[in-house]
Design a protein around this ligand. Sequence first.
Ligand code: GLU
Length: 457
Amino acid sequence: MVLPSEPEFEQALGELSESIKEFLAANPSYKKAFEVVQVPERVIQFRVVWEDDQGRTQVNRGYRVQFNSALGPYKGGLRLHPSVNLSILKFLGFEQIFKNALTGLSMGGGKGGSDFDPKGKSDNEIRRFCYAFMSELQRHIGADTDVPAGDIGTGAREVAYMFGAYKKLRNEFVGVLTGKGLTWGGSHIRPEATGYGLIYYVEHMIAKACPEYSLNKSETLVAISGSGNVAQYTALKVLELGATPLSLSDSKGTLIAKSTVRGEGFTKEHVEKIAELKLRGGSLESIASEFGSKFEYHAGKRPWTLLPKVHIALPSATQNEVSGEEADALIKAGVRIVAEGSNMGCTPEAIEVFEKSRLAGGPNAVWYAPGKASNCGGVAVSGLEMAQNSQRLNWTQAEVDAKLKKIMADCYEICLDAGSKWSGERKADVLPSLLVGANVGGFIKVADAMRVQGDWW
Ligand code: GLU
């Protein structure tokens, strides 16, 4: 059920319903599941009152959308950003249901957050906000009920404050949040997981569609948007493997490397410098001049139209960050693989451009992967953090990384398989739709669990 004016949620719903059309036509009984799954099991809205550094009262809106618990406790991040509203959290919670299903772990889908803007706030203000936020949220969540985590605006510091608040209020040291510090219940690789997982997924896509663009080759050119957690670890993995990242961006503009020679694109030191800047809440604009003449800063622009040559594009900032025209520009620049590190990074117009190119087939076709598949590594390692918390054990970095690789490989196989079955008749040189594959694969798993649990019949 869509309430009036929920544009982002309607977009996410529209994408799923379009993708599962062929499956529903062949399996009409599942139409009821689609009707039921689009209504959240529960939506919680609350007031968050906190004190700023001047002793003044500040008020924000807090939310938790507990969307679906067929596969496990509600699981999903908390977004702290002034744009947050119910439409955005319903879209994110809805996506999360199917994303979590694709990890193969036991997690339902949820999302929450607040219209609080962490930018420009002092550490004390952040702490007071997190404690105020958790003073209400704590009564709705629990290690076996609903396990929040990070998202835009919620990083290690915020998770730590929220965990501290929960522990004080409930007198329980439990795995009620993921993304915790390593020494107090966190998992190795959780900070890196979304970016690393994205690249593990992309490696499978490259191997099938365009092995000539292996990430082990410095000639392979990668456009990345964003400069937060996902973008940083995506760039670092690209560098570790040997390819060349050409762009990073934030809400104010984009920094691009002018040269396409490895070593002259972003380096590990550059990414570390940006990570440190972002921790302080700074903008790329403020340090652009420190990057020297081989880099160029473009105010008010996203990377997609700025690069003359790109092989792989990884939107890793936020929703609707690639327009139809930008998708056209990427195709002109030679892009072959587009995979979202962000949630719903591409607009419907951009997806149409990429899917059309895929259907045209041949050596220049683009292959597009939606975030619910390609960025599921983050929540997957959150699931592994929950498993470690249940055992009160810590796995090694190598163990977690190996499990993440296996989860991304399995997720890719599910998408490929369901995409092959349910994305229409294809010519031999046309790849299956990973969009259809991710949506159908995730939907079947959730719908089947809902049916046996009596959610629909
Ligand atoms: N916010 C991340 C996502 O969009 C991670 C959620 C989690 O770890 O629970 O998947």
